[in-house]
Design a binder for this molecule. Structure first.
Ligand SMILES: *[C@@H]1O[C@H](CO)[C@@H](O)[C@H](O)[C@H]1NC(C)=O
Ligand SMILES: *[C@@H]1O[C@H](CO)[C@@H](O)[C@H](O)[C@H]1NC(C)=O
Ligand SMILES: *[C@@H]1O[C@H](CO)[C@@H](O)[C@H](O)[C@H]1NC(C)=O
Ligand SMILES: *[C@@H]1O[C@H](CO)[C@@H](O)[C@H](O)[C@H]1NC(C)=O
Ligand SMILES: *[C@@H]1O[C@H](CO)[C@@H](O)[C@H](O)[C@H]1NC(C)=O
Ligand SMILES: *[C@@H]1O[C@H](CO)[C@@H](O)[C@H](O)[C@H]1NC(C)=O
Ligand SMILES: *[C@@H]1O[C@H](CO)[C@@H](O)[C@H](O)[C@H]1NC(C)=O
Length: 803
């Protein structure tokens, strides 16, 4: 009995001994209060991904507590506790105190060399430390899993040189704690090195790579998709990333999409930020990404308002609209003084903003931001404060949102070929005026597509208003006034001096029985036409143009009024316009038996315009042209219906410049080309039939070019114009038209010079060979008798049909 008991005791004791002996190599994932982890002992995460314990790096004889990958060799350390306070021997002990503080004690001296917290006011009853498979070591109150989500302490809050998936690098705004990457001093020494990678939140948050106290490389602000200074950071199938800015925290974080992969982002002692993936088959780390810095990444190299472009030599240049502050120093490649506005700002109310694209956005220290404002609100806000120098969306994702405002000098620009950002910088009114043309060239592709049709639309307006003018004149001659056109008292008061009568929408609703289907006369090129009866019994036809947006309507109205000042003695009775809400309508006199229907329905059985009218129209368009993009034609006529038509028009009718048709490259000079085509069309009428390849619309240009070279340009002119013709004007128009359609965009004149050419009688340069776009269009030149302009374009047919 006794013997048996003794043997049991021995057995138990033996188990205890056995247990004790295997503890170091079979460590748990946790450490409880007062438990000691000694030199040869480690804590291992549940799936044996990470291991925590003492180590000595490289050839160093110092000892540290750290976390490394359990299964990866050579040992790759991702976190170090006592990085600045190493142990010089193996007597270190890692303990979790009863207060929930992790400490490293030098057992020889009894000194505490490192602790996770200096003191704690927390009431902790039963703390426990645990190493997770994420590489995070957490301390929490035992017995409550929720506490693991919000631990008392976690190593992830104290990043060293390595950012692991799920770590948050940045600011906890509640505790005001920042966690940043800091490089090791060397491969042997985990002490704080020279370089750090951190988020600066003095303004819209941005990321800096610091060397000591100096900004080494400004990674920049987050634009919703990436950092403005790292355009190559793109979506990939391995990991995703995010940058969060809210009331509680500001941080950068990345996560693995395929969690079987192993990756780390390390700030090397050299200052190089490198991402590695572990290649299991090769048993090695593979460098996935490292940002090679170039000259333009040197912080603020080009000074204020100086832009750095690696494609240029020297790399620094002032932004457009700016000049070197100190030209001599600048010439000697001392760019430190930067640039200043060529025309200084003086808080003039006419100041506005110029768009700059493909940029690294400037330093956001001292900037202001709001993440919910729209770009329009943003501009308004910036405009209202003269010290606001620039603005842009904080988030370019989707359609763009949020607002960042800059005050004072802007520094650290860089030009990127791809994925650059857009900034709007405050400019004096004079500067804005002088850059109007280049601005329109940078307008969106939508505008590019629509611009050619814009000419046509404008010509319609021209003719409408010409018709109106004529009818007015005729009435005045007949002793009547225009007052009977003014049916809307509201408009009468405000717009008394306008040349164009405006109809109220309500009046038209009433007249057309609320645009009843029964009143619909048919469909014209631009929309349905309704018959209506005004209160005084007058019959009208209302052409309801495509829905428009409110924006640009004011401009639309002004342009219509401007155009209406052009005069013409042909007559179609346009009674007026209606511009209200998103509606734009044209109101004609309805005379069913007088062939007006054909005019309204664009069917064109009518006389054509005489020469003076055409000449005025050309000049009118030339004057309009520089404003087209600005005036928001794209927006005004931007409905999907019109857009669809636009595509057709562009694809079929050939106002396209060859470079645009061929490669989609569009510039302001492509507008000029389109204008040139229109001029030649207007001049030629239908005269060139029989001389041209029927397949190619642009043969008109070739024909004009041929005649010009033979000195026979007058032959281009429509015969039916012969009575009204002014030969020198015609020749000049053809000449200008040919200059506009020259093959090389750089040879074509600007629209401003076109206006000057029309307006003067000086000699003109000789046109070079025109550019042709051989499209798929099959177009027969029109006839003099059927449509004044031979274009097959439904829109332009509308525009020049007199009665
Ligand atoms: C750690 O283990 C190694 C080899 O197993 C041994 O040589 C060394 O003395 C141990 N050190 C301590 C402090 O126990
Ligand atoms: C350790 O020392 C050896 C020999 O001096 C050297 O080749 C190696 O690069 C050193 N390792 C580190 C991490 O410094
Ligand atoms: C502890 O106090 C020292 C000296 O005040 C400070 O430098 C250190 O950052 C503190 N450590 C923690 C974890 O708060
Ligand atoms: C990144 O991927 C992880 C895993 O698929 C997912 O849980 C997380 O929501 C993603 N984050 C972002 C910002 O897309
Ligand atoms: C941001 O702008 C929105 C809209 O103008 C406003 O409602 C909100 O209060 C602003 N937020 C802050 C923090 O200024
Ligand atoms: C303009 O903005 C600056 C910087 O935010 C601010 O200090 C100043 O009060 C603002 N001025 C006005 C008139 O709002
Ligand atoms: C940025 O915009 C996108 C698209 O509208 C939105 O999904 C995302 O939440 C925005 N990000 C921030 C930080 O506001």
């Amino acid at each position: 009995m006794y013997e048996r008991r003794m043997s049991e005791i021995k057995l138990i004791f033996g188990y205890l001994l056995l247990y004790a002996s295997i503890t170091p190599t079979h460590a748990a994932d946790t450490i409880s209060a007062n438990q000691i982890v000694r030199y040869n002992e480690t804590i291992i995460s549940p799936l044996e991904t990470f291991e925590l314990g003492f180590f000595n790096p490289g050839n160093s004889t110092n000892h540290y507590v750290g976390i490394w990958y359990k299964k990866i060799s050579p040992r790759t350390v991702v976190w170090v506790a006592n990085r600045n306070t190493p142990l010089t021997d193996t007597s270190g002990e890692l303990t979790l105190t009863l207060q929930g503080v992790l400490i490293i004690r030098d057992a020889t001296t009894g000194n505490i060399v490192w602790s996770s917290a200096n003191s704690t006011t927390l009431q902790v009853r039963n703390p426990i430390g645990q190493l997770l498979d994420t590489g995070n070591f957490i301390i929490y109150e035992e017995g409550d899993r929720i506490n693991q989500e919000d631990p008392i302490w976690q190593s992830f809050d104290f990043i060293t040189d390595t950012l692991l998936p799920g770590m948050k690098q940045g600011w906890n705004l509640i505790s005001r704690m920042e966690s940043r990457l800091t490089s090791w001093k060397s491969d042997d020494d985990p002490a704080f090195g020279e370089f750090s990678f951190r988020i600066d939140n003095r303004g819209y948050p941005q990321v800096f790579l610091m060397k000591g106290q100096k900004v080494w490389f400004r990674v920049g602000s987050w634009n919703g998709l990436r950092f403005t200074g790292t355009p190559s950071l793109t979506l990939n199938r391995f990991y995703n990333f995010t940058f969060v800015v809210d009331q509680r925290e500001i941080y950068y974080q990345y996560n693995l999409i395929d969690t079987s992969l192993i990756t780390r982002l390390v700030l090397q002692p050299s200052g190089s930020l490198e991402r590695f993936f572990w290649i299991d088959s090769k048993q090695e780390w593979s460098l996935f990404l490292s940002r090679q810095l170039d000259q333009c990444d040197l912080y603020a190299l080009c000074g204020s308002f100086g832009n750095c472009n690696m494609g240029k030599s020297p790399v620094c240049e002032c932004l457009k609209g700016f000049e070197p502050t100190s030209p001599d120093q600048w010439k000697n490649t001392d760019w430190s003084q930067g640039c200043r506005h060529t025309i200084p700002l003086d808080c003039n109310p006419g100041e506005g903003f110029k768009e700059y694209s493909k940029l690294k956005l400037p330093d956001t220290q001292g900037s202001w931001f709001n993440q919910t404002m729209t770009l329009v609100e943003c501009e308004k806000m910036c405009k209202s404060n003269c010290s606001c120098i620039a603005y842009t969306n904080s988030n370019i994702s989707g359609t763009g949102s949020g607002c960042v405002l800059w005050f004072g000098d802007l520094i650290d620009f860089k030009t990127f070929a791809e994925n650059g950002d857009t900034l709007y910088i405050r400019m004096s009114p004079l500067e804005l005026e002088s850059t109007e043309n280049s601005r329109s060239s940078s307008a969106g592709r939508r505008v590019r597509v629509i611009v050619p049709v814009a000419f046509v639309v404008l010509v319609i307006l021209v003719s409408i208003c010409l018709f109106y003018r004529f009818s007015r004149k005729k009435q005045q001659q007949q002793g009547t006034t225009g007052n009977n056109f003014r049916h809307d008292p509201k408009n009468r008061s405000g717009d008394e001096d306008l040349e164009l009568p405006l109809f109220g929408l309500s009046v038209l609703h009433k007249a057309t029985n609320n645009f009843s289907v029964n009143n619909k006369l048919g469909e014209g090129g631009f929309g349905p036409v309704y018959k209506g009866v005004l209160e005084d019994g007058k019959e009208i036809a209302v052409k309801r143009l495509a829905k428009t947006s409110n924006q640009g309507l004011h401009e639309f109205k002004n342009e219509v009024i401007l155009i209406s000042k052009l005069q013409h003695r042909n007559l179609v009775k346009l009674l007026g316009c209606c511009i209200e809400g998103d509606e734009v309508m044209l109101i004609y006199e309805h005379m069913p038996n007088k062939g007006l229907d054909s005019f309204i329905f664009d069917k064109t059985q009518s006389e054509l315009l005489d020469w003076p009218a055409r000449y005025h129209i050309m000049i009118g368009i030339a004057h309009m042209n520089p404003k087209i993009s600005d005036f928001g034609t794209a927006r005004t006529f931007g409905g999907s219906q019109i857009e669809a038509k636009t595509k057709k028009v562009v694809g079929t009718y050939g106002y396209m410049a060859p470079e645009y048709a061929g490669s989609g490259i569009f510039s302001i000079k492509s507008d000029v080309y389109s204008f040139g085509v229109l001029v030649l069309e207007i001049v030629s009428g239908g005269k060139n039939r029989g001389f041209v390849h029927k397949e190619h619309y642009n043969s008109l240009i070739g024909h004009a070019w041929g005649l010009h070279n033979e000195g026979q340009s007058m032959q281009l002119v429509a015969k039916c114009l012969s009575e009204s013709i002014d030969e020198s004007q015609v020749l000049r128009s053809i000449h200008v038209g040919l200059l506009c359609v020259q093959r090389h965009p750089e040879d074509r004149p600007t629209m401003t010079s076109v206006i000057l050419m029309f307006g003067s009688e000086g000699p003109l340069p000789s046109p070079k060979e025109p550019g042709f776009y051989v499209g798929e269009s099959s177009q027969h030149p029109g006839q003099c008798s059927s449509n004044g302009i031979h274009s097959n374009n439904e829109l332009s047919i509308t525009m020049l049909n007199g009665r």
